[in-house]
Design a protein around this ligand. Structure first.
Ligand SMILES: NC(=O)c1ccc[n+]([C@@H]2O[C@H](COP(=O)([O-])OP(=O)(O)OC[C@H]3O[C@@H](n4cnc5c(N)ncnc54)[C@H](O)[C@@H]3O)[C@@H](O)[C@H]2O)c1
Length: 335
């Protein structure tokens, strides 16, 4: 069977990871690359000598015989490049965040349906081995009724030039949240943020998403932390889970911790604090992007629905837009 022919636009920080994963996969081949910077092109060409086609003009790349184009340019350029690729009859993989507005996302989805093409959105974390394991744990009911999702994603930089820290970092947590809890309906969004370095874009932000049944998601993102923290706590009525993505081996723990109350004895009110065992889970070790490329290949070959497609991208952008409105008005935004 012929390999899926791939082109990659954008060879800055993230694009080279896409090139490497498509290059190494047995069912895809990288036919062409593109970046505005000849230096970035030269770096990739020196590593992958058999990639023959390279250009600084993406419109030249999309004229090539390609099945799929991966777009790893800054977010404000995604819509225009994605639209041109779809119009040229190519499937697309668009970096997160899919677009800057829901209107743009809806237009691209409509165009892809008209052209019978697939949109993949690079929500890399939904392919992460720990996220897959957490999904399994939640589906098994091990945590009981889920009360909250609390995540922190902070580091010193990397400052972006066209989006704030929410569109750059919280987009990961929102995509994880929607993947883990597809049935929770988020009703309101409250986002706070401040600009210390950037004149236009927030570099620190806290987001609270309120779901039905009292579910609360809190996301803290920052480009101004002296240490790198990547942690998620998910609290349930039976057990609680801790994911520390920077820990070298104890990444995922389940705490047999909960609070029980006997509602018949409200006066006096005696809660019992249960603190049982802590289990460290063994989790598979693979690169999320590798799994993502497998999934893209199987979606294109077997006409399967993408695991992270245009609709998933749109849902995340809708929440990001809600955050933006809440940030500007200072009020809670109702979804
Ligand atoms: N999935 C992830 O985990 C992940 C991680 C980091 C970044 N990203 C996403 O990847 C995208 C790129 O981010 P980055 O950090 O690599 O940015 P970057 O600035 O390092 O790289 C962007 C590259 O795109 C090129 N470019 C810009 N406009 C272009 C155009 N019209 N034609 C061709 N090339 C063009 C630039 O020259 C630059 O080399 C963003 O959407 C970002 O959110 C995703």
């Amino acid at each position: 069977m012929d390999k899926i022919k791939v082109g990659v636009i954008g060879l800055g920080y993230w694009g080279p990871n896409l090139v490497r994963n498509f290059y190494q996969h047995s069912e895809t081949e990288v036919i062409g690359i593109c970046d505005l910077s000849p230096d970035n092109i030269a770096k990739i060409k020196s590593k992958y000598k058999d990639i023959n086609f390279a250009t600084t003009d993406y419109k030249e790349l999309i004229k090539q015989d390609l099945d799929l184009i991966a777009i790893a340019t800054p977010p404000e350029t995604h819509y225009e490049i994605a639209k041109d690729c779809l119009e040229a009859g190519k499937h697309i993989l668009v970096e997160k965040p899919f677009t800057k507005t829901t209107k743009e996302a809806e237009e691209l989805i409509e165009l892809s349906e008209k052209k019978n093409l697939k949109i993949f959105v690079d929500h890399t974390f939904i392919f992460h081995p720990v996220v897959r394991k957490i999904k399994e744990i939640i589906s098994n009911g091990e945590l009981g009724e889920i009360y909250y999702f609390d995540s922190e994603r902070v580091n010193l930089g990397l400052l972006q030039t066209g989006v704030n820290v929410i569109w750059d970092l919280a987009v990961h947590d929102i995509s994880i949240l929607l993947y883990l809890f597809p049935d929770i309906e988020f009703i309101n969004i409250h986002a706070f943020g401040s600009k210390h370095i950037h004149p236009y874009y927030e570099d620190i932000a806290h987001i609270v998403l309120g779901g039905d049944n009292g579910f609360i998601a809190h996301i803290h993102v920052s480009w101004l932390s002296p240490v790198k923290i990547r942690k998620v706590i998910i609290g349930g009525s039976q057990r609680m889970l801790w994911w520390d993505d920077v820990h070298p081996f104890e990444k995922l723990k389940i705490y047999d911790s909960r609070i029980e109350v006997d509602l018949r004895k409200q006066d006096p009110f005696f809660p019992s604090y249960i603190k049982g065992d802590v289990k460290i889970l063994a989790v598979e070790n693979y690169e999320a992007l590798q799994k993502e490329v497998d999934s893209i290949v199987s979606s294109i070959r077997k006409y399967k629905k993408p695991e992270a497609g245009g609709i998933d991208g749109l849902k995340v952008v809708r929440i990001l837009e809600g955050c933006e409105r809440s940030l500007k008005s200072g009020a809670v935004f109702k979804l």
